[in-house]
Design a protein. Structure first.
Ligand SMILES: [Ca+2]
Length: 389
C-alpha cells in the first residue's frame, strides 16, 4: 500500500470522528458552554505599533498597553480605545497634547474603562474571562498634524470582573443615578442625591424611577468638582411627562437658566414649545448670555417615554463640535457652532427635575440620569440609546 493510500484510509477511518468532535465543540461554543478563546493564547496586535505587553483589569476599570513605535520616526498618540464588539464596553485614553513616542521607543498607555450601555455598574461576570477586544489608535507624525488611524485587536484574559467602581477611576461617568428607590450615584464619585419630596420607587424606564409633582419635588446631587466641567460634557436621562402643558420643566440643571441666569452652568429642560433645549453659559454676569440648542417644537408633546442627551463641546483650539440635543438616539435640532467657551463654574448644585427656587419643576417620571465628563459623539449616543431602549 502506497503512503498516499494509507493517508486516505486513515482519513476515512478518523475523518468522521474529527468532524463529530468539531460539531460538538461548535455546539458548546454556540450555546455559551464553551469559550472558543480559552484554547487560543493571549495576543495583541495594532497596526503602526508593536504591542509588547497588555492587560485588562475589570475591577479597577483599566486597560494597559505597552506600545512600541516600530516606525523610523516619532509618532504622537492622540487617542487609544479598547472596545468589546456588541457590548458597548469602552476603555479610552485621550491625550489632547498628544503622547510622543520616539522611533523604536515604547510607551505605557493606560485607558480608563466604563460601560456605556446602561448596564449597571457593579454588575459582575458579564465581561470576565478571555475575550477579543478591538483596538483603535489615532496618531500623527507631528503634534496636531494629519491624524492616522490604526486598528487591531487584543485577545486577553481579563483580571477581575464587574466594572468601574473605584474612586480613582476618572473615566467617563461623573454621575449615574439609577433612581432605584433612592438617589445613589453609581459613577464612583459619590454624588449621592438628596431627595426633596420626589416619589422614588415608581415605575421607571428601567426598574424604578422618580416621580416629580411639578410643584416642589426635586433631587439635589450637589456641586462636587466631578460635576463642574471646563471643557465638554454630556447629560442624559429618560423621562415621561404626566401631562402636556407648555411651560419650562427642568430635567437636569446646574444653575438658573431663567432670566437673569446669574449662575447658569448648564440646563437640559423641556421648553415652552414642548421641545427639549440645552442651555450652557460661560459667564455668571447676569446678562442672560448663554448658548442654546433645541429640538423642533412639539418634539416631546406626548406622555410617552423619551431618551434625551445634551452634549456640549468647548475646545480651546476652536469650538469644534458646539452643542447638540439628541432625542431618542437621533440628533434633533440645529447644531449650534458658536458655543461660548468653557462652562461657567457655577456655585449652584446640580438639581434633577428643577432649578433653584425650586422652579421649572418637572411633572412626571425621570429615570437613569447620567452625566458624562466629556462630549459624546453621535455614534456613542446612539450606542447608549440602543443599549437602553
Ligand atoms: Ca431606574
Amino acid at each position: 500500500m502506497s503512503r498516499a493510500q494509507a493517508a486516505v484510509e486513515h482519513l476515512m477511518s478518523y475523518g468522521f470522528a474529527i468532524v463529530m468532535v468539531l460539531v460538538v465543540l461548535g455546539a458548546l461554543s454556540y450555546f455559551g458552554v464553551l469559550n472558543v478563546y480559552d484554547f487560543v493564547p493571549e495576543k495583541c496586535a495594532l497596526s503602526g505599533f508593536e504591542c509588547e505587553d497588555f492587560s485588562l483589569d475589570l475591577s479597577s476599570g483599566k486597560a494597559t498597553l505597552v506600545l512600541r513605535n516600530s516606525a523610523s520616526e516619532a509618532v504622537y498618540i492622540k487617542l487609544l480605545s479598547v472596545g468589546l464588539a456588541g457590548r458597548n464596553f469602552l476603555c479610552r485614553f485621550v491625550s489632547p497634547q498628544q503622547l510622543r513616542v520616539g522611533a523604536g521607543e515604547s510607551v505605557v498607555v493606560v485607558s480608563n474603562c466604563t460601560r456605556l450601555d446602561g448596564s449597571y455598574l457593579g454588575d459582575t461576570g458579564a465581561f470576565s474571562g478571555k475575550r477579543k477586544y478591538s483596538l483603535s489608535v489615532e496618531y500623527s507624525r507631528r503634534p496636531g498634524s494629519l491624524l492616522h488611524e490604526g486598528v487591531g485587536d487584543m485577545l486577553v484574559n481579563a483580571q477581575g470582573s464587574g466594572n468601574v467602581s473605584s474612586d480613582d477611576v476618572t473615566g467617563l461617568l461623573s454621575g449615574f443615578w439609577r433612581l432605584e428607590g433612592n438617589a445613589t450615584d453609581y459613577s464612583g464619585f459619590h454624588n449621592d442625591g438628596v431627595v426633596a419630596g420626589a416619589a422614588c420607587g415608581v415605575q421607571g424606564w428601567r426598574g424604578s424611577g422618580c416621580g416629580f409633582d411639578g410643584v416642589n419635588d426635586f433631587i439635589d446631587v450637589g456641586n462636587s468638582p466631578s460635576l463642574r466641567f471646563s471643557q465638554g460634557f454630556t447629560v442624559m436621562a429618560w423621562f415621561k411627562r404626566s401631562n402636556v402643558v407648555p411651560s419650562s420643566y427642568s430635567i437636569v440643571s446646574k444653575g438658573t437658566p431663567s432670566n437673569p441666569p446669574v449662575d447658569l452652568a448648564y440646563s437640559l429642560f423641556i421648553d415652552a414649545n414642548d421641545g427639549v433645549s440645552l442651555r450652557v453659559s460661560d459667564v455668571g454676569n447676569g446678562l442672560n448670555q448663554f448658548s442654546a440648542v433645541s429640538t423642533p417644537s412639539g418634539a416631546v408633546a406626548d406622555t410617552g417615554w423619551h431618551h434625551v442627551a445634551g452634549v456640549y463641546t468647548y475646545n480651546s483650539a476652536g469650538n469644534v463640535n458646539g452643542m447638540a440635543v439628541y432625542l431618542d438616539g437621533v440628533q434633533s435640532g440645529a447644531l449650534v457652532t458658536n458655543s461660548r467657551g468653557p462652562v461657567f463654574d457655577s456655585p449652584s448644585p446640580v438639581l434633577i427635575a428643577a432649578i433653584p427656587g425650586p422652579s421649572w419643576v418637572f411633572n412626571g417620571v425621570i429615570d437613569e440620569v447620567k452625566i458624562v465628563n466629556r462630549s459624546l459623539s453621535a455614534e456613542e449616543i446612539r450606542l447608549i440609546y440602543d443599549g437602553e431602549k
